[in-house]
Design a protein around this ligand. Sequence first.
Ligand code: HEC
Ligand code: HEC
Length: 356
Amino acid sequence: MKISNITKSVLGCAFSLFLTMQGIYGNDTPAFTLIGDFPTIGPLPPVTIPPNNPQTAAKVELGKKLYFDPRLSGNNWISCATCHNPVLGFTDGLPRMLGGPASKEGGRNSPTIINSAYNEFQFWDGRAATLEEQALGPIQNPNEMFETLDNVVKKLSGIPGYVKAFKEVFGTGVTADGIAKAIAAFERTIVFANSPFDRYMLGDENAMSESVKRGMNLFNGKAECIKCHNGTNFTDNKFHNIGVPADGPLKEDLGRYNVTKMEADKGAFKTPTLRNITETGPYMHNGFFPTLFEVVQFYNGGGGRSENKSPDIHGLNLTGQEVNDLIEFMKALTGELVQIKYDAVSLPYPTLPMDF
Ligand code: HEC
Ligand code: HEC
């Protein structure tokens, strides 16, 4: 009795292993073939709204004005949208940002703010946790908007539209705290979903081509991308060193180490989301790779060279067809703005009325 139970379970294991192999290598393309116990990829849940910054239509509208307003910068030229531009996937399309009074090249790539509401950490090195905490950083950064908070508050307090809006939304005059909260509320509406992948996962069999389905199986299996790009926003919200070569004005960027001072974090950067990845190149913390093809070839060849490289980055032996399928899968992650329709997307630089 005992033996036959063991036999059964051994057979069962062998059978499921067989099914798994079929899934990865066979012609059949089942919905999922996981290589391990990682949070599954799938449609996004609703955004979590922090209790101390409830979402209201008026607050979002104010945040949108602030987001597009260059008067938040020292020379009244640079807005958040300069570097996180809706028509460029909420990035600047450059390898590394240009900022400050002389438009100097910085060391890092401007990440997209699409779905940043889901980030557990903000910035490539995760030095801010919340969108509220993040928002005042670029205004004061001498290499970005080079303005002081006192001066921004003073400038905006002289504009009747802002005075009225702050009164309405927060019951106060213009404050730095209100600026941060309103911008964060606006960013929480920049949620992109309903991609072919999402539609497929919700039951639309025809939303993904055979190549995309093969790509998804590679992503979850042979190519091991799921080890880090997992969960509904395709990120584990952790930091890894994958060996991206140095490029740009910085000789070396220690990444997460700057925050934790732990050896293990040297050269580690936040796993970025892969949603809308077709729109947000160039790729990596320093914009080293212009195309997704180069990114996949980089992983296929075992990543870059670094003493501190993650053990999960190694040669993948993907064929040309498999590289292509993986790219097709990433293309199927591009969705549309779903939560609230804002003309911000069709109008990258809305003109501010005279009293704003
Ligand atoms: C001059 C270009 C520039 C401007 C202007 C700018 N940013 Fe950024 N932004 C960046 C860069 C570069 C990073 C990444 C920096 C890093 O990781 O060290 C970043 C990071 C972010 C992130 C984190 C996203 C993530 O996935 O980690 C958010 C959110 C963000 N910016 C919002 C804003 C807001 C809001 C404003 C306006 C108040 C703004 N940015 C102005 C270039 C800019
Ligand atoms: C060990 C964790 C890990 C694995 C495995 C992994 N990635 Fe990444 N991925 C990262 C990290 C971390 C970054 C950012 C690295 C940097 O900028 O230095 C990144 C960046 C990327 C980017 C650039 C995103 C952007 O916005 O710049 C793409 C595309 C990407 N990965 C796709 C993949 C694919 C496809 C696979 C599977 C072949 C994969 N990744 C496997 C951790 C991982």
